[in-house]
Design a protein around this ligand. Sequence first.
Ligand SMILES: Nc1ncnc2c1ncn2[C@@H]1O[C@H](COP(=O)(O)OP(=O)(O)OP(=O)(O)O)[C@@H](O)[C@H]1O
Ligand SMILES: [Mg+2]
Length: 660
Amino acid sequence: MGLFRGGDSGWWNDKRTAEQQLRESESRLRAVVETAVDGVILIDAFGLVEMFNPACESLFGYRADEVLGQNVKMLMPQPYEAEHDVYLRRYRHTGERRIIGIGREVAGRRKDGSVFPMELSVGEAQRDGRPVFAGIIRDISQRKQAEQSLRESEGRLRALVDTAVDGVILIDAVGTVQMFNPACEQLFGYRAEEVINRNVRMLMPEPYQSEHDGYLKQYRDDGVRRIIGIGREVAARRKNGSVFPMELSVGEATRGDQPVFVGIIRDISARKEAEAAREQLQQAQKMEAIGQLTGGIAHDFNNLMAVMLGNLELVLDRLPPTDDSADLIRTAIQSVERGAQLTQRLLAFSRTQTLKPRQIDVNHLITGMIPLVRLSLGEAVDIRMEFEADVWMTMIDAAQLENALLNLANNSRDAMPGKGRLTISTANIAVGPEAIPDGGAPPGEYVRVAVSDDGSGMAPDVLAHVFEPFFTTKEVGHGSGLGLSMVYGFVNQSHGFVTIDSAAGTGTSVNLYLPRMIAPATTDQHATESPTRRPAGRTWAILVVEDDAALRHLTTRMLQSLGHSVREVSDGPAALRALRQDPAVDLLYTDVILPGGQNGVDVAREARAMLPNLKVLFTSGYLEPQDRGATLDPDEELITKPARRRDIEAAIQRVMSRPA
Ligand SMILES: Nc1ncnc2c1ncn2[C@@H]1O[C@H](COP(=O)(O)OP(=O)(O)OP(=O)(O)O)[C@@H](O)[C@H]1O
Ligand SMILES: [Mg+2]
């Protein structure tokens, strides 16, 4: 200190000058002390106050004259007050310093008794050979308060971060993790110490991982924010390598002069799953609604076309072969047949076509249709088959499966103009619940028939709609948009499901999952597949059961025109009554769907119970929704409406030629 060493300075020999200097110095010092912001207090070796500056007055609330000459203890709260005498005495005797020369935080007591924190630094000087002590006092209430509230707010923040449900992560400008809260530990499966001081990239899957450094660097360079301040959905990687979707919002702050980034992370797996489930449900409901609509339309059209077709054929019969109109009629018949094909696909989509499943070895079936596929694809397409050697049996309508595969092959052909490769593969697959779309089919064992091409592939917005009827990207006249609809409906009606893997540019694979047939049937597949003999056209006594009057009359006339003797009734009970009254009937020709709760299959069963030798030929265009999945015995013969007369006649002769 040396401030008050004024008594006998050896520096100045000139006494007058020294005195003058001393006065000047004293007045300077006084000015400093009087105006100091800090309290300045001087005590002697016994603790009596010798000086108490204005700052002290305002600090302690005492006027100087109340304090001067008093023991400084009056300014101290306990325990300082009690200790001070002891402390000074010890110092006088031993010279042991506790505080002198060192700043310390102590407490002061104001006149009003209130206590405040202060920083005290004490210096020692000699005056007249006796020590005096100068204390510099700074009120640190405010600083203490600030520290306290900082501690409190830090504590609150820490509590917030520690208990937050969301993950909170802090990284520096180069991506080093500085904070990783317990929610993050939960989310990522890492303990904080495994992550802190490492690069945040470790929490990211590709492509985020590779891009992150570049991103931070670019931000440092150009300051353009790509994610900061904006929430975003990204993917994160757990310690165990699994990836989950998260919502990340990033804020920026500065620490020192460096930016730091705070990320708030929310796991949105559950939300995503719920969204996906909802979408899937909506999709399933949409397909169901479209299915009912198309099924209804197709049903009505079928009967209309059956009537048109039948009448056109009858007209054609009556025209002399030389009549020019015959060609017109034939063209009309062709159009009706094309219309019938369309409605057939609509029925297939709506899962209301009448199926005739039987035990099928898909390898065998595919092999049989390869020539047809080759024909439709042309020379430039390389066709491959990859068969599961021991493929499981399936119970499926063979004709419809062929139809479906042909549709898929045609789609592939259109996606590979010029040339390409088509692969038809089969595989036995055990399917868990997660792999089944729409939730329509149960988990279990399936035979997967996949038709794959290396063609154009599909963009996601195309892929989302391909099963919808009339959805096509092809030019007018080139596609009706019913191919995949038919495949979808048929496979679903057969208790299977369809998936598609496709991306623009990489080709497409359509996978049909057909349920494995559990109890192997004894029917000999090859026997049913062998071409049927065409017996000579004998004529028979036929009972027609059909509820649609126009169609019933037409059928009767058509059969009569073929030489058969025909009776007609409109429903099941009437048919059974007719058989009871006159059992001289060779063939029951019945619609599968009949009004009055009794369908064609029921009628046939009861009729056969009555007349064991009675033969039955079914006809159908449609299954009512409540009959979906209803199927005929593999042995039964079915004519699909609308049918040409020659096809009906062929079916009749086939049925009649069967052994009783
Ligand atoms: N293998 C494939 N590669 C690329 N796109 C395909 C493939 N299969 C189907 N698509 C797309 O799906 C759409 C719908 O196919 P879908 O078979 O239902 O109808 P379509 O082929 O357009 O007409 P249709 O089959 O009735 O003649 C097609 O128009 C096409 O855009
Ligand atoms: Mg198609």
